[in-house]
Design a protein around this ligand. Structure first.
Ligand SMILES: NC(=O)c1ccc[n+]([C@@H]2O[C@H](COP(=O)([O-])OP(=O)(O)OC[C@H]3O[C@@H](n4cnc5c(N)ncnc54)[C@H](O)[C@@H]3O)[C@@H](O)[C@H]2O)c1
Length: 331
């Protein structure tokens, strides 16, 4: 039984608690910590944990084998480094942190202590996203591809998401899932070019715009993203890809599934169905994988600190390009 501690008991921690409840045969939450003592107390009651703390350093002394770091991004570094130095395995939510220097520190301390550092890129465990990757990699529409992805709405509720130092806005926070998934599917990025602005002047992070990421493979990712729309407003969730052999279109989730269309000469509009990512199965598989790696004594996970660092490098290059108006090379 892997003994788990949760640090940060807000929004995403709630989802992880649901998953851990389903995995109770192999993992037990024994301690929780949150600077907000009420949130820690509520999480303790919900999980039947033995301890709740205000300070993560106390949690690290409570007998946990591993922690889930679910605080706002800016705080990940100190918590992950303290956990590694205490010999605890770490699942760290994405983005890994806010700077390459800090990411390097987290990776180096985890390696030194021989503990796991898994970063929360849940799409790598999700059937719908894995189907997209399988179709692209099988050459269903040829290569290289141009992948368009649109996501627009208002920001997540906690104000730190739109603080440029603590959360970084959508092109650091939400879109980091896309950079990682593109790396996973296309390989390493070569160059980025972005045009990002602030629709909402009352917040420090850039909130709306476009970014184009070119990969060494020649594949191109085009993101159009906003967390600056008025409450209740949103764009479509366009997710389509063009290749020399045709187009691949993923629709919106319908109940428990998502439909996709392969519009190629060979397939002639063939449709398929895959289990929708909205079912959150990816989160269950992600947590299960982390626990298995812990139980195996620190097996290298499928998503590492280095993956977190590389996705952050793309995010920071995109912000740099937005600020300078010039393409940024990632060589
Ligand atoms: N994988 C995903 O799809 C996904 C979705 C949402 C958020 N996230 C990531 O998860 C992290 C947390 O996001 P959230 O939405 O849960 O935020 P949140 O604001 O809802 O919760 C964060 C919690 O951390 C607590 N906290 C702050 N500083 C702390 C500290 N030093 N020690 C202990 N607790 C502390 C806060 O009191 C709060 O309860 C972020 O890195 C975010 O980007 C990932």
């Amino acid at each position: 039984m892997v003994k788990i501690g949760i640090v940060g008991c807000g929004g995403i921690a709630g989802l992880h608690m649901d998953m851990l409840a389903k995995l109770k045969d192999k993992a037990e939450v024994i301690a929780v910590a949150d600077v907000d003592e009420k949130k820690a107390a509520d999480a303790k009651a919900r999980m039947g944990a033995k301890y709740s703390f205000k300070d993560h350093r106390e949690l690290l002394k409570s007998g946990v084998d591993a922690i889930l770091c679910c605080t706002p991004t800016f705080f990940h570094t100190d918590i992950v480094v303290d956990a590694a130095r205490a010999g605890k395995h770490v699942f760290c939510e994405k983005p890994i942190c806010m700077s390459i220097e800090n990411a390097d520190k987290m990776i180096a301390e985890s390696k030194k202590a021989k503990v796991i550092l898994q970063v929360g890129f849940v799409r790598r465990f999700d059937d719908e996203w894995l189907k997209y990757r399988e179709l692209i990699q099988s050459g269903a529409i040829g290569r290289p591809v141009y992948w368009r992805h649109v996501a627009g709405g208002s920001a997540p509720p906690a104000p730190w998401f739109m603080d440029e130092k603590i959360g970084g806005g959508p092109f650091v926070d939400g879109a980091v899932h896309s950079y990682d998934f593109a790396r996973f599917t296309f390989g390493e990025a070569k160059e980025v070019c972005a045009n990002i602005t602030k629709f909402r002047k009352d917040r420090t992070a850039l909130d709306s715009g476009v970014a184009v990421i070119t990969f060494r493979s020649g594949d191109v990712q085009m993101l159009s993203w906003s967390w600056g729309l008025p409450d209740g407003c949103g764009t479509s969730g366009l997710h389509d890809t063009m290749g020399p052999g045709g187009a691949l279109i993923f629709g919106a989730p319908e109940g428990d599934h998502t439909e996709f269309i392969i519009s190629s000469e060979k397939e002639k509009g063939k449709t398929g169905r895959v289990k929708s990512s909205s079912l959150m199965d990816g989160f269950l598989k992600q947590t299960d994988h982390f626990i298995d790696c812990c139980a195996a004594g620190g097996k290298t996970p499928a998503v590492t600190g280095e993956d977190g660092r590389e996705a952050l490098r793309i995010a920071l290059a995109i912000l740099q390009s937005a600020k300078t108006g010039k393409p940024v090379s990632l060589k």
